[in-house]
Design a protein around this ligand. Structure first.
Ligand code: AMP
Length: 338
């Protein structure tokens, strides 16, 4: 049955609800460069999902690149099944997206993704500040476990950052957004493309050298861990003009920490030692995933699911309140300018 006929036939559609590929469409969850993400409900199972809809006609001149990104994302997500990697449940390369009212449909690529009810890790760091050692370790271990599977499958994420780390309803971490990933490289092949987000990029990626995708991902994971513990980033960018990076590059981690401890005095000592193994300019000397698993800091306390849910729920209330206040302020400013 086509999406259009489903729109007419299903009880959901009869009640005026928009339906796409068997999913009733709900509120907008967010928007990215590839298009809107909507809440969806599978009409057969009742399961809630995130519907990522990419308008093919809006891809413009960049269409080839965007389709490439999308294919990479699909290929990566289809080959990775892990409790800490966002699950791709359904793909339709050409779906009819019902516009509001009677304005017909538009042609989209549709991805139905596991719903991350807890939102982005970014929002928690932004609105509630740094995490304690135990929460940071719990999330770092989940992230490393997800990365290990990626790397064992020849997939390098290349854009690790708190915006791409989503949380499910129980606040378990889900690695998302594989649009910039390098897929199916032979294990010993180097990556050559300078992609990612500058403040998270490893120095060898910034320098546009051929690089080991696994070691580059670990650098970015280290930046995420630093932010979880300090509430601010470790470098502006890992390039020679950056004071913080220069300290690390010249093996003066003592200077790097002395300066950071002024604004983050509680940064745990063992976590500093752990990060010194990741913030190593020469990627061949940087710790491997195995080295990280075996480090003493990683053996510390980890929160079990129920405990993590409880503490994060509390933070979630604060995030929601702050976002709501921001929205109200923006509306206020909007009204003042009318
Ligand atoms: P993206 O295009 O992947 O960057 O997604 C844009 C926004 O949609 C994100 O910032 C999230 O707020 C939201 N979003 C994306 N994927 C999901 C998901 N699986 N569950 C819930 N919200 C999502």
């Amino acid at each position: 049955m086509s999406a259009v006929s489903m729109q007419v036939d299903t009880p959901a559609a009869q009640q005026g609800q928009r339906v796409i590929e068997g999913y009733a469409m709900g509120k907008t969850l967010g928007a990215g460069i590839q298009g809107k993400v909507k809440l969806g409900v599978n009409l057969q199972t009742g399961q809630r999902v995130a519907l990522k809809c990419m308008d093919k006609n809006k891809m413009g001149r960049d269409r080839t690149r965007q389709m490439e990104m999308l294919e990479r994302e699909i290929q990566a997500m289809e080959s990775l099944q892990h409790p800490n990697i966002l699950n791709l449940q359904h793909v339709t390369m050409s779906a009819q997206y019902p516009r509001k009212g009677t304005k017909g449909t538009k042609d989209v690529v549709l991805l139905a993704l596991e719903l991350a009810e807890g939102g982005e890790l970014f929002d928690y760091l932004m609105h509630t500040g740094a995490f304690g050692d135990d929460i940071a370790r719990t999330y770092f271990r989940q992230m490393l476990s997800a990365l290990e599977l990626c790397h064992n499958n020849g997939i390098y994420h290349r854009d690790l950052k708190p915006e791409n780390l989503l949380l499910d309803a129980n606040f378990q971490l889900k690695l998302a957004d594989f649009g910039l990933a390098a897929v199916n490289l032979e294990m010993d092949t180097l990556c050559h493309t300078c992609v990612g987000t500058k403040s998270y990029m490893a120095p060898e990626v910034m320098a546009r050298q051929g690089y080991d995708g696994a070691k580059a991902d670990l650098w970015s994971a280290g930046v995420v861990l630093f932010i979880m513990l300090a509430g601010c980033p470790p470098f502006q960018q890992a390039a020679p003009g950056d004071w913080w990076y220069n300290a690390v590059r010249s093996n003066r981690h003592d200077k790097f920490w002395m300066a950071h401890l002024r604004s983050a005095p509680d940064f745990p000592k063992l976590a500093q030692e752990f990060l010194n193994l990741i913030f190593v300019a020469d990627s061949s000397q940087r710790a491997s995933i195995d080295d990280l698993w075996n480090h003493q800091w990683m053996q510390g306390r980890v929160l079990q699911e129920a405990e993590l849910t409880e503490v994060m729920q509390e933070k979630n209330r604060e995030v929601e309140a702050r976002k709501e206040a921001e929205l109200a302020r923006a509306r206020e400013i909007g009204r003042a300018h009318v």
